[in-house]
Design a protein around this ligand. Structure first.
Ligand SMILES: CC(=O)N[C@@H](CCC[C@H](N)C(=O)O)C(=O)O
Length: 384
């Protein structure tokens, strides 16, 4: 089989876009990726589906004179978002959408794999199709389940995330931290339900939660050095059943982000303090659960990233853009803490939308441009 063309990659992307699946449920996506990859020339490929993480896929391309194994990671999961793009190849699964562009990520990886299955690379290349980036920390799970062992152990790791604010096909990167570390916040307040007319006999968790939410929003403004950054978003609050019954339980779910691990731990501590304070002042049980999983700050390796940036800057076919750190999270941060490497942005030219939006519509020209830029970089890396 020949190297996939731009049109063929777009066709693959559109199919992937139609079949989005949530974290750790990516069965159809896994089967389709496998089907596509099994059609490539197999001479240099070893394909593995780990039993312990059955929607993950590892593909090793054997190098002809390997000095190292270069890892390339793509995430494959989607989000619980109802698509509103009106595209003819919109999601066929109600309520689930590739709203973070992982369909573009996978197509770029498939384009690279298609090329290197025909043109044997000098070094070994390990492609890791990773489940569960949006939640459940698929990268951390893969590491902890021992998936990167023996010949499947990369010496260095690269991965991209699409960026609708950047022009299609451009490459964005920076030295140091690219993405924040994140921690999921779950708070349960347990009081006492009762009749709306008799608050003196109940213990209203809605009032306590309202006060807690306002206090939490003072953490960043009052407890954090303004020169540094953090953000806390409480995206979901659930309480009560009807207007005239006092709610005996309220649940708050959110996420916090910081560019360093110290910042995350500092915010964690303030959350604990405030929850304890609310429990005392409202005389109720407040349970706080903080879960960072593998969403560590994404810290690029200095030497490898300098090399990556130099290649992209010097390549006249690449539109390279120096970017600022972003408060988005990525569990590639965990893998970059275990293996040196670089995460970078691929511009997908959709400035009116943003990641996680129901109208995200990446420009498909970014796929082939991304393949060309990354392929060139990987070949140049193998010469070093
Ligand atoms: C790129 C991106 O949007 N990533 C997600 C990662 C989710 C992290 C975790 N589940 C959390 O919500 O804390 C993001 O929301 O930044």
């Amino acid at each position: 089989m020949a190297v996939l063309t731009e049109d063929e990659l777009i066709k693959i992307r559109r199919h992937l876009h139609e079949i989005p699946e949530l974290a750790l449920q990516e069965k159809e996506t896994h089967a389709y990726l496998l089907e596509v990859i099994q059609n490539f020339k197999q001479d240099y490929l070893t394909i593995k589906t780990p039993e312990s993480l059955p929607t993950a896929l590892l593909v090793l391309v054997k190098g002809k004179d390997p000095k190292r194994t270069i890892g390339y990671r793509t995430d494959i999961d989607a989000l619980p978002v109802t698509e509103k793009t009106g595209l003819p190849f919109s999601s066929k699964t109600p309520g689930i959408m590739h709203a973070c562009g992982h369909d573009i990520h996978m197509s770029v990886a498939i384009g690279l794999l298609s090329y290197f299955s025909e043109q044997q690379p000098k070094d070994n290349l390990l492609f890791f199709f990773q489940p569960a980036e949006e939640s459940e920390s698929g990268g951390k799970q893969a590491y902890e389940k021992g998936i990167f062992q023996g010949k499947f152990k990369p010496d260095e790791f690269y991965g991209l995330h699409d960026n609708p604010a950047l022009p299609a096909g451009s490459i964005g990167c920076r030295m140091g931290t690219l993405f924040a570390g994140t921690t999921e916040i779950n708070i349960d307040l347990f009081g006492k339900g009762g009749h709306a007319a008799f608050p003196q006999n109940a213990n209203d968790t809605v009032v306590a939660a309202a006060s807690l939410i306002m206090q939490i929003q003072t953490i960043v403004s009052r407890s954090i050095d303004p020169i540094q950054s953090g953000v806390i978003t409480l995206g979901k609050v659930e309480a009560g059943t009807i207007r005239n019954v006092i709610a005996g339980h309220t649940r708050i779910e959110g996420t916090l982000r910081g560019l360093t691990q110290e910042m995350i731990l500092k915010i964690d501590q303030r959350l604990r303090d405030l929850c304890e304070g609310i429990a005392r002042s409202y005389n109720m049980q407040v349970k706080l659960d903080l879960n960072q999983g593998g969403y560590w700050p994404v810290e690029n390796d200095p030497k490898l990233t300098q090399n990556f940036i130099s290649y992209m800057k010097e390549n006249k076919d690449v539109n390279y853009i120096e970017t600022e750190p972003k408060m988005t999270g990525e569990d590639f941060g965990f893998l970059l803490a275990k293996f040196p490497g670089t995460m970078f942005w691929l511009g997908v030219g959709d400035p009116d939308s943003e990641l996680h939006s129901a109208t995200l519509n990446p420009d498909e020209k970014s796929i082939q441009r991304g393949v060309d830029a990354i392929k060139g970089f990987l070949i140049s890396r193998m010469e070093k």
